[in-house]
Ligand binder design. Structure first.
Ligand SMILES: [Zn+2]
Length: 467
């Protein structure tokens, strides 16, 4: 991303340290406020029309920090499973809305690219770096409907794919080789790379044009990038399946650009079940979308509090021995508390409960509390017989989980990290004290009110297989 013509310099503070970032030479409050408005407007446009993927990706950056500690903007994958969006307020106000959108789209695409192309040999090749810039900016120009790169101080900034193509064409022609047309050149990410490899002396991108071109400057551990990006892709895919035409077109285009000549990307798309968008049915497995969605949502709700650290001494020792450095998890982190409440007035399929039981059994460090409910709450253990059949009350679950009522003379005295409700949704809506912790799984034919409730809650329709 980091579009910018300013000098490059090593980071002045730890780019994963939120407090240090906020404290470092704060910009003028008015500039900060204006930059924040530009960023919000850009993300709103992404969500509505221009890029479902970028919109979801930034939705996963829970902290978005204006800071002068970097010159431009970047997403930092800080090693604890979360991502930070950092942006220089003066840079954003200098770019204006159109420029901010271009830069944010560019940066989001870098993360997607890193997720889909993780081959270390490719990544170490400067020609591949340049090819990534060309691909990303080509797509940004097309998707955002631009004819020119963003202007900063009246000058276009960034790597212009058409200029790189001109260099390529002139070089090949001078050496008696046949260049392909621009449309072919930019067709897929590997094609750009392959064609640039034919250049006698491939151009090396100027590092100041994108922070991603400065190795090691922006923390981005692969594990976090993979988790955040695959979650954004999954949510975009679910949006496409629910009829978001823009998300569908973007994903089809992204698949077409990345799977050709890249086994890893092809595998990732296959595992996501994205072929469905092309009308291909998965031959080898049944795709239970709600299960993927729930694993994704639970993953983000339960991950908080973990932190990956790089053990410097051990890392140096391992590196000296020629081994890959490793990240270690730093504790202690308390067990996460999960409540799973099962509506026994409805018709929840037994296999859903079985699957949930197995899923929870496989998550380390989770303390699960199982409840069945109709108008009353009845705790149970997996495998025990479940009772019910009366009217339905979600409020009864909220009252119990929030510690206001007793069941069998006992009060629920822990604070859950997530509450999963399995129900057909037919009962008076409620507003829990912490709605962000509630996850509603609605059976087929049920009511999805939590999705349109104020505040909206995580909600997904449970189906019995691929449709
Ligand atoms: Zn870049």
């Amino acid at each position: 991303m980091a579009y910018g013509e300013r000098g490059r310099r090593p980071p002045v503070v730890d780019l994963a340290d939120r407090r240090a970032l906020e404290a470092y030479r704060p910009a003028d409050p008015e500039v900060v406020a204006q930059a924040r408005r530009l960023k919000e407007a850009a993300l709103l446009d992404f969500g509505l029309t221009e890029s479902a993927v970028a919109s979801w990706l930034y939705a996963k950056c829970h902290h978005q920090i204006p800071t002068t500690a970097i010159d431009t903007a970047a997403v930092v994958a800080s090693g604890d499973g979360s991502c930070l969006l950092l942006y220089n307020p003066g840079f954003f106000t200098g770019l204006g809305l159109e420029g901010v959108k271009f830069v944010l789209f560019h940066e989001a695409r870098h993360l997607v690219h890193r997720h889909l192309f993780a081959d270390p040999e490719l990544r170490d090749d400067p020609v591949f770096e340049l090819a990534a810039e060309v691909s990303i900016n080509h797509v940004a120009l097309v998707r955002l409907g631009r004819t020119e790169l963003p202007l900063l101080d009246g000058r276009p900034t960034g790597i212009d794919p058409r200029k790189v193509y001109e260099h390529y064409r002139a070089d090949l022609t001078a050496h008696g080789l046949e260049p392909v047309a621009y449309e072919t050149f930019t067709e897929t990410d590997m094609r750009v790379y392959g064609e640039l490899k034919r250049v006698h002396r491939p151009p090396v991108p100027e590092h100041r044009l994108c922070v991603r071109l400065q190795a090691g400057l922006v923390p981005a551990d692969q594990e976090t990038v993979d988790a955040v990006t695959s979650s954004a892709l999954l949510n975009s895919l679910l949006a496409a399946r629910r009829g978001h035409a823009g998300a569908e077109r973007e994903l089809l285009d992204l698949m077409g650009r990345t799977e050709d000549g890249n086994a890893r990307a092809a595998r990732i798309w296959g595992n996501l079940g994205a072929g469905l968008l092309r009308g291909e049915t998965a031959r080898t497995r049944t795709v239970d979308w709600w299960q993927r969605w729930l694993v994704d949502v639970l993953g983000s709700k339960l991950r908080d509090g973990e932190r990956l650290v790089y053990p410097k001494k051990r890392g140096a020792l391992l590196a000296a021995l020629g081994q890959d450095p490793m990240l270690a998890r730093r504790g202690p982190v308390r067990d996460k508390v999960l409540v799973i409440a099962y509506d026994t007035s409805g018709s929840m399929p037994q296999h859903v409960i079985t699957w949930l039981t197995e899923l929870v059994g496989r998550i380390d460090g989770v303390e699960a509390h199982w409840l069945s409910f109709d108008a009353l709450v009845m705790p149970f253990r997996p495998g025990e017989r479940v009772y019910g059949g009366g009217g339905t009350s979600f409020q009864a679950v909220a009252d119990y989980v929030e510690g206001r009522t007793e069941v069998n003379g006992r009060r629920f005295d822990v604070s859950p990290d997530a509450v999963v409700m399995l129900t057909d949704g037919y009962a008076p809506p409620i507003t829990p004290a912490e709605p962000e912790k509630w996850i509603w799984l609605i059976t087929e034919g049920g009511s999805e009110w939590p999705e349109t409730h104020t505040p909206a809650m995580d909600c997904h329709r449970v189906t019995t297989g691929s449709r």
